[in-house]
Design a protein around this ligand. Structure first.
Ligand SMILES: [Zn+2]
Length: 166
């Protein structure tokens, strides 16, 4: 399919919602805040992305999926740029994204990545997504994927994943 006119970037932002996070498929790249910028450089569409975690193997998949969605909509002249600075933080995650995490039983990121409590070595309270109790404990640094930590709730005794704040 050949489209002669350049699709409006607003539409492309919408299309990007079809690109799921390979680690947490309920989230799309817009929820995650991975897509930073969409614009044209002359005839070329440039999609700028920032990886959630440098070295996160999921990013290659995300890049490929973005390319597939663009091509599906007939965009052939595009470039996907990866920008590492400023680094992605969980602050970029949309409220909708945080809500979706909660709905699948993953505790959403708490507070801001710049939160001083982390620097001062204090442990942040992570609320259990199942019963809401704050009496939780980290079981393992790594949950079902490297980007999540495994927690256990002392109240309802359910284990749950917590999306790590960086
Ligand atoms: Zn609980």
């Amino acid at each position: 399919m050949v489209i002669n006119e350049q699709p409006n970037t607003d539409r492309i932002w919408e299309w990007m919602k079809e690109v799921e996070d390979p680690e947490i498929p309920v989230l799309n790249v817009i929820d995650l805040g991975v897509v930073r910028k969409i614009g044209y450089e002359g005839e070329t569409l440039v999609v700028t992305i920032t990886p959630t975690y440098s070295g996160c193997p999921a990013m290659k998949t995300i890049e490929k999926d973005i390319a597939e969605v663009l091509e599906e909509y007939g965009v052939n002249n595009y470039r996907i740029e990866t920008v590492l600075s400023p680094a992605w933080t969980t602050d970029w995650m949309s409220d909708e994204g945080k809500l979706k995490l909660h709905q699948v039983g993953i505790a959403p990121p708490v507070g801001h990545s710049a939160d001083k409590s982390l620097l001062m070595g204090k442990i942040r309270t992570v609320r259990c997504p199942i019963c809401g109790s704050e009496d939780t404990q980290m079981v393992s640094q790594f949950g079902s994927t490297a980007c999540k930590a495994l927690y256990k709730c002392e109240n309802c005794l359910e284990p749950f994943d917590h999306f790590k704040c960086i």
